[in-house]
Design a protein around this ligand. Structure first.
Ligand SMILES: *[C@@H]1O[C@H](CO)[C@@H](O)[C@H](O)[C@H]1NC(C)=O
Ligand SMILES: *[C@@H]1O[C@H](CO)[C@@H](O)[C@H](O)[C@H]1NC(C)=O
Ligand SMILES: *[C@@H]1O[C@H](CO)[C@@H](O)[C@H](O)[C@H]1NC(C)=O
Ligand SMILES: *[C@@H]1O[C@H](CO)[C@@H](O)[C@H](O)[C@H]1NC(C)=O
Ligand SMILES: [Zn+2]
Length: 509
């Protein structure tokens, strides 16, 4: 039996202790406060203006929770229109959220832009595959035929002949996202969801890897993030080889340079944006020797582009791919050679407890990972959790991704609820925004704040989560400090310009 002494210390007593018989309401309140102080943001002291906003947020959250259709309990594709009507969401959109630390490059930009802008450029060809999907390619002449494309149409000509180009464009959008009206029917299992997920990447690749598109694509991605009040990005990218109209191809360095130039241009146009960095990725289906080569290449690129390259990661479905330990000879290369390559591993994006894949979290920590992507399985690993916490290894929580890929259906049951209530180092991200339709970070913040965090999560939680995204970024210490100051200014403006609305008004819009 646990009793709380007057000075707020937990003491363990045997059965029959006095406090067992008569719980003291004051002690109860102290215990509740003590426990709440452990959650993310639990020790943040709110200013009077923040306290006012917090009270209104709590009131709005209560109202949202009492509705029969509670968005975090539903599939995101059904919840999205409801979330967009939520006054909490409107406020989260305005909130300065810091950085997005877990987004993949091929899903950075909204598919609406891909269709309305990229597919309308000259020399864009389309083919219709036998599995009712499409492929795109830009080409000066008639494109090469491939195993899945036996006939190419020039989009410009095709559209001109069409009765309803808007409906056609809509079908192209469908080909590029996972969105559907009936997600539970379309994605009955993790296997089906992942299979469709991986196919979508192929559809977009012909558009994104066209060299003249890439720079605009990256710039547009940053625009979309900034519109959602995000000031920094760490992008996971395989540095795809891009192609020109004549079919000639550029190497990975070209990608890195283009990325660097697009960022510089963007920061020049928007000086309040901190910048972007890349985490170089390779697929976990590769052989050990190819991963070795990729590790060596990443070390070289990091030393050539220290301001751009943050580190290295492996991507692809963990459950069906090779685990980190399988690649140990490749991943230990930097340590063995006395070189440095920071890791940002996806680990524990699984519900297969006790399998080899489930050990990825521990192995990621043994390999000195800087952060853990997803860490869905982390709450089941008490030792790994302690190690991560002691080493300040933050988890990149991507709630909507976990739900769409079917690890969890009702986000109130997301295991990260444990991490949030324990104050585990955590940042919020969106993983594959164009595929899931969760552009920016506001949707994922909504799910973490309203669904996973529940009524306990407060404005202090939001403040700490946003600050965490700078604190746990790969920025060097002096830029981190400057970035945090910068973010603090934005935060204070956000509070002072949104703090005074009455709770009876419809929202903060
Ligand atoms: C696509 O967007 C770029 C700017 O990113 C613009 O210059 C261009 O005109 C647009 N193209 C089309 C076809 O809309
Ligand atoms: C992809 O686009 C084609 C062409 O418009 C269409 O027939 C097909 O239904 C679309 N596929 C999906 C999955 O939306
Ligand atoms: C991890 O860090 C520890 C302590 O700095 C170091 O001894 C070890 O070699 C590192 N391991 C790897 C794989 O980098
Ligand atoms: C909000 O209210 C405080 C006092 O409660 C006041 O000092 C402040 O100027 C007000 N801000 C705005 C934007 O109205
Ligand atoms: Zn990811």
């Amino acid at each position: 039996v646990a009793c709380l002494t007057n000075w707020g210390v937990l003491v363990l007593l045997g059965w029959g202790a006095v406090c067992r018989a008569a719980p003291d309401p004051t002690q109860r309140d102290s215990l509740i406060r003590l426990e709440t102080s452990r959650q993310i943001g639990g020790t943040v002291t709110l200013t009077p203006a923040e306290t006012k906003m917090d009270a209104r947020l709590r009131w709005m959250k209560r109202r949202e929770m009492s509705r029969p259709a509670f968005p975090p309990a539903m599939h995101f594709f059904k919840a999205k229109p409801l979330i967009e009507k939520s006054p909490i969401f409107a406020l989260l959109q305005k909130m300065p959220k810091g950085g997005a630390l877990h987004i993949h490059s091929s899903t950075l930009v909204s598919v609406d832009w891909l269709v309305s802008n990229v597919t309308y450029r000259p020399h864009c060809y389309i083919c219709f595959t036998s599995d009712r999907s499409v492929r795109f390619v830009f080409s000066a002449g008639y494109p090469w035929l491939t195993w899945d494309c036996s006939y190419w149409y020039l989009l410009e000509t095709l559209r001109a002949k069409m009765g309803d180009p808007a409906a056609f464009d809509n079908s192209l959008i469908q080909n590029l996202t996972m969105f559907t009206e009936e997600p539970d029917l379309a994605y009955p299992s993790q296997d089906v969801a992942w299979e469709k997920f991986e196919k979508k990447f192929v559809v977009a690749s012909g558009l994104i890897t066209h060299a003249p598109v890439l720079r605009d694509y990256l710039y547009q991605g940053l625009e979309e993030l900034r519109r959602d009040n995000i000031m920094y990005l760490e992008l996971r990218s395989g540095l795809a080889r891009t192609y020109e109209l004549d079919g000639s191809r550029h190497d990975k360095l070209w990608y890195l340079k283009t990325f660097q130039e697009a960022t510089q241009q963007f920061v020049e146009d928007h000086p309040d944006f901190l910048g972007t960095r890349i985490i170089i990725t390779v697929h976990r289906s590769l052989s050990v020797s190819r991963v070795k080569a990729a590790v060596m290449e990443a070390i070289q690129m990091q030393s050539d582009f220290p301001d751009v390259v943050a580190g290295f990661d492996l991507v692809g479905r963990e459950d069906r791919g090779r685990n980190l330990w399988y690649f140990k000879d490749a991943l230990l290369l930097p340590a063995n050679l006395g070189l440095v390559l920071p890791y940002f591993f996806h680990a524990g994006e699984t519900d297969e407890e006790g399998t080899d894949v489930d050990e990825n979290i521990l192995d990621a920590l043994l390999l000195n990972t800087t952060r853990i992507g997803h860490g869905y399985a982390l709450p089941h690993h008490p030792l790994a959790k302690e190690l991560a916490r002691a080493g300040n290894v933050a988890v990149e929580l991507c709630p909507i991704s976990n739900q769409v890929l079917r690890l969890v259906s009702d986000l109130r049951n997301h295991p990260a609820a444990v991490l949030m209530s324990e104050g585990h180092p955590l940042v919020i991200s969106s993983d594959d925004p164009s595929l899931f339709g969760n552009a920016g970070l506001s949707y994922d913040f909504y799910q973490a704040f309203v669904g996973i965090g529940g009524l306990k999560a407060n404005l202090g939680t939001l403040k700490e989560l946003a600050a965490n995204s700078i604190k746990y970024s790969s920025l060097p210490p002096h830029l981190k400090e400057a970035g945090l100051l910068h973010w603090r200014e934005k935060w204070d403006t956000f509070i002072s310009s949104n703090g005074n609305q009455s709770r009876t008004t419809k929202g903060f819009v």
